[in-house]
Structures are given as C-alpha cells and as structure tokens.
Design a protein around this ligand. Sequence first.
Ligand code: GDP
Ligand code: MG
Length: 181
Amino acid sequence: MQAPHKEHLYKLLVIGDLGVGKTSIIKRYVHQNFSSHYRATIGVDFALKVLHWDPETVVRLQLWDIAGQERFGNMTRVYYREAMGAFIVFDVTRPATFEAVAKWKNDLDSKLSLPNGKPVSVVLLANKCDQGKDVLMNNGLKMDQFCKEHGFVGWFETSAKENINIDEASRCLVKHILANE
Ligand code: GDP
Ligand code: MG
C-alpha cells in the first residue's frame, strides 16, 4: 500500500451563541455520540478528526470549541488565530441565535484572514433541525441569499442528535479550504 503524499492540518473554529449545539456537533462528528445532558463547556476544548480525503491526501482537522467565550471581545482574537475555516452555528428553534450569526461572521472577518489576505471559509449550520419547528421559516432560497450576502461558502441544516448533515458540512468546508490553498 502506498503512503499518502499530502497531509494537511487545519484548525477549524466552531462558533455561535451559547446552547446552539457547538459541543454536541463536535462530539457527534469526532466521537460518534450525543448526550442531551446539558453541560456548558468551560475553557477551550480541542478535538481531532482525521479524514482520508482521497488516496493521496490526509486531512487532520483540529476543531476548536469556543466554549464559554460566547461573548465578543478581545478573547475571541486569541481563539481565532491561525484558523483556516469555521462553522458558525445557530439553533433553528431560537431566532435570536440566528440574529447573532451576522455578528459572529463580522467578528471573525474583522480579526482573522488567511495568510494570503483572503477571508477564511465559513459554513453556516442551522442546528437542531430534528426539532421540526424551524421558527425562522427560512426557506432554502432565503438562506442561499443570506449566505451570499454574508460571505458563507454554504449552509446545512444539521442535527447533532440525529447525526444529520454534519459530515456533509465538514466536507464542504474542507473542499473550500483545499481549493483556497
Ligand atoms: P453549545 O453551548 O453551543 O456547546 O451547545 P451544546 O452542545 O452544549 O448543546 C446545548 C443543548 O442543546 C444540549 O442540551 C444538547 O443536548 C442540545 N442539542 C445540541 N444539538 C442538538 C440537536 O441537534 N438536536 C437537539 N434536539 N438538541 C441538541
Ligand atoms: Mg459548548
């Protein structure tokens, strides 16, 4: 068997308001489990996910859970440093968390850019879609437009609970990061 030729290590941020499911998404993606027992993370958590992208390419994702820092301020700058991409998460059952999405995006873009000066790739996650009560009433068209206006490379309805679209969202983000290199 031939060894992979290319290895990439990417720091990815998972940001968004408190309780939207950031930690749950990482747990589902990396550890294949879910717990409904709520425990706000304190400090910062890291998780590593290895993707065998294609026969020649291994991608290591270092996922940063911006735990307990769900406030804007100078702390986020430290977390953002050297990230190559991000997920911004909101909770489809809580409109206020969607309203915060643009603020998170602005905060990120004002503090972080790629070494080549371009903005980092960001994917928007509409989490808890298993709840079946999308109070935002955003149809796909509106979300597509929102993403275009705010510079997201894509969006997905996700559920950490039911394991919906998390792998797809990650592949979308990695694809854009690889294309940017
Ligand atoms: P964080 O503060 O953004 O890290 O949010 P957590 O991951 O701690 O999740 C907050 C709460 O939402 C917890 O009780 C989770 O079990 C719950 N939760 C997270 N993701 C989902 C999901 O996809 N569906 C449902 N129904 N609940 C979720
Ligand atoms: Mg958390």
